[in-house]
Design a protein around this ligand. Structure first.
Ligand SMILES: NC(=O)c1ccc[n+]([C@@H]2O[C@H](COP(=O)([O-])OP(=O)(O)OC[C@H]3O[C@@H](n4cnc5c(N)ncnc54)[C@H](O)[C@@H]3O)[C@@H](O)[C@H]2O)c1
Length: 247
């Protein structure tokens, strides 16, 4: 039987693209999102074969939701081998205008949600002596970002550090924990948040490869990181930023 991978916030956008890539590579996929309906609809769009993909509710701000989703997915598929912490709030509020409440909300979803995922699934995987966790970080967490807010960028920087902490903690248990750090991707949210004029400027003058990133390629990167033969990669952050940041 093929491994089962849970993805948070996969009802749309990059999470749905990652789900498609995993399915195409033969994984079984649990699509989760804050709304059960959204998760179920995304699962149905990807495949009508309910033995390969199904939707579940998981609000990443609730640790109890991670526990419930883990138990539901395990009962449905008979096991779970991987988690992609993908859910996030992407806000672009100017740096001096971010309120305490907005800051806390973004950190609660992006960073604390990733913490709960690593804790709940990490403990389960450690018990089974096998698991794969991939955390969606961002270029913003490395260089401050191109268009995103201070809360978003800070949360993503925290995710890169958290990835290393859990990678170290779980390494001897057959559990790898890695991050992927994309730059701006060719996704609806980027076109919503960045005006056509600013996007044209970015493509002409700022992004070295003069193109937005490919969501399908990020799906392929995640597929590689959750594969059985990726046992030697842990605590890493894989960059995919069009040359915006080199290290
Ligand atoms: N789009 C980009 O260019 C880009 C670049 C770098 C990193 N990323 C990262 O990729 C991931 C996906 O981004 P996207 O562009 O698809 O964003 P998106 O806003 O299109 O999708 C985010 C998803 O998260 C879900 N979500 C929000 N709050 C939630 C909660 N509390 N619990 C569960 N789900 C919740 C939403 O319902 C939505 O389905 C994020 O981690 C983002 O930071 C995206």
């Amino acid at each position: 039987m093929k491994d089962v991978i849970v993805i948070t916030g996969a009802g749309q956008g990059l999470g749905a693209c990652i789900a498609k890539a995993l399915l195409n590579s033969g994984f079984r996929v649990a699509i989760t999102d804050v709304s059960q309906d959204k998760a179920a609809a995304a699962a149905q769009t990807l495949s009508e074969d309910t033995s390969l993909v199904a939707g579940f509710k998981l609000d990443v701000t609730q640790k109890a939701d991670f526990k419930q989703a883990l138990s539901d997915v395990e009962a449905y598929f008979g096991g779970v081998q991987g988690l992609v912490n993908n859910a996030a709030m992407t806000l672009t509020t100017p740096v001096m205008d971010v309120t305490a409440e907005e800051f806390d909300n973004v950190l609660r979803v992006n960073l604390r949600g990733t913490l709960f995922g690593c804790q709940v699934f990490g403990a389960y995987f450690a018990d089974k002596n096998y698991g794969r966790i991939v955390n969606m970080a961002s270029l913003a967490g490395q260089n401050g970002g191109t268009a995103s807010g201070v809360h978003y960028a800070s949360s993503k920087g925290g995710i890169i550090t958290m990835t290393k902490v859990f990678a170290g903690h779980l390494a001897a248990k057959g559990v790898t924990v890695n991050a992927v750090a994309p730059g701006p991707m060719d996704l609806p949210i980027v076109h919503e948040l960045v005006s056509p004029e600013k996007l044209a400027h970015l493509l002409d003058n700022v992004i070295p490869v003069k193109a937005l990133g490919s969501p399908d390629f990020i799906g392929a990167m995640v597929t590689q990181l959750v594969s059985r033969d990726a046992f030697g990669v842990t605590g890493a952050t894989w960059d995919a930023n069009g040359g915006l940041s080199m290290r």
